[in-house]
Design a protein around this ligand. Structure first.
Ligand SMILES: Nc1ncnc2c1ncn2[C@@H]1O[C@H](COP(=O)(O)OP(=O)(O)O)[C@@H](O)[C@H]1O
Ligand SMILES: [Mg+2]
Length: 372
């Protein structure tokens, strides 16, 4: 009998660990970020002596390692002390004061009643919980620009003044891809936050090459790629403002292309094809290059659009995992869905807007719409 499954069962001759090239992978080694990592660590160091750390604002173009750096410092800090509570959140998914506070409370395992609480009450519970546990909280607010609406930005003020007002130490690490943000912050908040700036500069082509080589070593089979393949992917990233994400994504797509043609080597022509067909931001827009999760997400958004339904990220998350259940596949975390949606937004596949939560009448939610 013919070997029905031979094609599928065959081991890849390109990948040894594809996951290392996916956007959700968090590297444990960050090349060319030694200084930045040291600076972030130095600002937080007072927390180890139970003193107030310096607030920081990390800024620089996308794909320069800001998010990865903070996550790496947090994971090391966690090993060092259990009296420091590190909480990372991306304001894209939590764009309101209430959403930020609720998320912090949740991370502290503080259960909030379903009926919802006023912001002040949530804040009060956070303080009580941290005091009880004698912990300092370090809150990383990624894409902090998403929080810069008039009524929401107060949360920064509340957090940084908690020291004087409630004798509870918080530190804030803001992260933004837009350096203008700092200048648009109002003076009251600026002076009370005392942000120390830390710029992440774009990577040079050589730095991108080093980063890619390290990734390739972990994810691809030795001999399946050449120096030239790495150099071309790095050059493409360099063209996009030194964006490591673009460089890594180009390598991933090239590897997938070679793999699906059942080749044992990624060729220069594979990389060229990927670069020609797609360019930077539009990389994600090309459905030919989407993974199964992105495609399902797109399907859900199309269906909603056809019916004229507006969906919130929470509803999308539920629908998504309903489908996964039906397919008898593993559920996907809310964080992953948010990061797919962010990529969609960056690729201008979707638009988002804030709106008042019509169900609870409390707080605001983000409405997501397919463009076109
Ligand atoms: N120095 C580095 N070493 C290894 N990988 C990196 C480095 N800098 C960035 N990356 C990778 O590039 C991608 C983008 O990095 P990220 O930290 O999300 O950048 P930013 O937050 O500045 O947009 C991630 O996949 C990350 O793993
Ligand atoms: Mg980031």
């Amino acid at each position: 009998m013919e070997k029905l499954f031979s094609q599928n069962m065959q081991q890849s001759r390109i990948f040894k660990n594809q996951g290392v090239l996916l956007p959700e992978f968090t590297p444990t080694v960050l090349l060319h970020r030694e200084n930045e990592l040291r600076e972030v660590a130095a600002s937080l160091k007072p927390a180890l002596k139970n003193l107030k750390p310096q607030n920081m604002l990390l800024f620089g173009p996308t794909g320069t390692g800001k998010t990865s750096s903070v996550k790496l410092v947090f994971s090391e800090l966690k090993e060092y002390s259990n009296k420091i509570q590190c909480i990372y959140l991306n304001c894209w998914g939590y764009p309101t004061k209430q959403a930020v506070l609720s998320h912090i409370a949740e991370q502290l395992k503080e259960t909030l009643p379903r009926r919802g609480l006023a912001d002040d009450e949530i804040f009060h519970r956070i303080i009580e919980r941290l005091k009880f546990e004698k912990k300092i909280a370090i809150i990383a607010l990624d894409e902090i620009d998403r929080l810069m609406h008039k009524n929401e930005v107060d949360v920064l003020y509340d957090l940084s003044r908690a020291d004087e007002n409630h004798r509870q130490i918080f530190a804030i690490i803001g992260i933004t891809n837009s350096p203008e943000i700092y200048h648009s912050l109002d003076d009251r908040i600026k002076s009370s936050l005392g942000f120390r700036d830390l710029e992440f500069r774009q990577y040079s082509p050589q730095q991108l090459k080093d980063i890619l080589k390290e990734r390739a070593r972990e994810s691809l089979i030795a001999g399946s790629y050449s120096e030239e393949v790495i150099a071309l992917c790095a050059a493409h990233g360099a063209k996009h403002k030194g964006d490591a994400r673009v460089a890594i994504e180009t390598l991933l797509q090239s590897a997938l292309k070679a793999d699906s043609a059942d080749k044992s080597k990624i060729e220069i022509s594979d990389v060229r094809d990927v670069i020609d067909k797609t360019s930077g931001a539009s990389l994600m827009k090309n459905t030919a290059f989407m993974g199964e999760n992105e495609l399902l997400l797109l399907e859900i958004l199309k269906e909603a659009k056809k019916r004229g339904n507006d969906l919130t990220s929470g509803e999308i998350y539920e629908k998504f995992n309903d489908q996964k259940r039906k397919q008898k596949k593993e559920a996907v975390s809310e964080r992953s869905i948010l990061s797919y949606l962010q990529l969609f937004e960056a690729s201008r596949l979707i638009s988002t807007e804030l709106s008042t939560n019509t169900k609870s009448g409390l707080g605001k939610t983000r409405i997501i719409k397919l463009i076109k």
